[in-house]
Design a protein around this ligand. Structure first.
Ligand SMILES: [Zn+2]
Length: 290
């Protein structure tokens, strides 16, 4: 009997050891270490190619740390900035699968589903309207504010709630100090502050190699705590309140059935869950252009 119990125990341990981790990585650009100007995040801007290199290096640091810990880990990397064609694929760790391009309904969380063990957000920034937040915005310049069930969120919060709907916890996030301060109020996870925002357009930088080392260490800590991390989930239905910078935007969205007009700049919609909410929010700020 004892031998039988030990056998079951060994089998279980073996299964756990061999159970490959499945990790989703969403990588934005404004919060990457070593990027200190808006120009570096735009394809026609000065030093954009350096920005791409720094972004790719941060992803590689995290990927190496995951795979060193769990040899068979499956990793999906979703390019999440601008036209979503920023990582240098040739320099990206070949052990990942990479989603490129931005015509996708779930944008920064495209590909994330309930089969993943955890999500990691790299290179993120503070939400629209946050004082001093380096290149802070939410989705696009059209948005002044976004609330889900009354909770104000930026891209980090929106994506964390989407992951929560899928039952997936965010275990690590990185960005400038204003982002990390904001994100820690919503999500309990490992955080790496890649730089300090001086103004919305100026950052005080650490060298990229230092940031990559910090990310690597934080990834190991994050994976060790994976079982203790909880997804953050909203109750359904999800009330969306979206405030735009121009009244024309809110006005034209009245064409969508059940879209309410709260004031000249703000619309409200009750979505059945975060999946419906996410695709609709993306449609409203990105594809509707008055
Ligand atoms: Zn971005």
């Amino acid at each position: 009997m004892i031998r039988f119990i030990i056998g079951i125990f060994l089998l279980q341990s073996l299964c756990l050891a061999n159970n490959p981790l499945k990790i989703f990585i969403s990588v934005d650009m404004e919060g990457i270490g070593g990027i200190g100007t808006g120009a570096m995040t735009r394809s026609n801007g000065k030093d954009y190619n350096l920005g791409r290199k720094l972004m790719t290096a941060e992803v590689n640091a995290v990927v190496s740390a995951i795979i060193n810990y769990n040899n068979d880990a499956e990793i999906l990397v979703n390019d999440s900035h601008g036209d979503m064609q920023n990582l240098n694929h040739q320099d990206l760790d070949p052990r990942v699968v990479y989603i490129q391009g931005n015509i996708k309904p779930f944008g920064m969380v495209q590909g994330l589903d309930n089969s993943f063990d955890a999500a990691i957000f790299l290179g993120y920034h503070a939400r629209a309207g946050t004082a001093r937040g380096f290149l802070a915005h939410t989705g696009s310049g059209a948005v002044k504010g976004l609330w889900l069930n009354g909770v104000e969120v930026g891209e980090g919060g929106l994506n964390a709630f989407y992951a929560g709907e899928m039952g997936v916890p965010v275990i690590l996030a990185s960005g400038d100090d204003v982002f990390t301060d904001q994100f820690r109020k919503l999500v309990k996870c490992e955080l790496v502050t890649t730089k300090s925002a001086v103004t919305a357009q100026v950052a005080k930088l650490k060298h990229g190699t230092i940031v990559s080392l910090e990310l690597s260490d934080a990834t190991v800590r994050a994976i060790k705590k994976i079982k203790n991390r909880k997804p953050i989930k909203l109750t359904n239905p999800v009330e969306i309140k979206l405030q735009f910078s121009t009244p024309a935007h809110a006005e034209i969205l009245q064409a969508i059935p059940k879209m309410e007009w709260l004031d000249g700049y703000t619309v409200k919609y009750d979505a059945k869950n975060m999946v419906e909410a996410y695709a609709l929010i993306r449609l409203m700020y990105k594809y509707v252009k008055p």
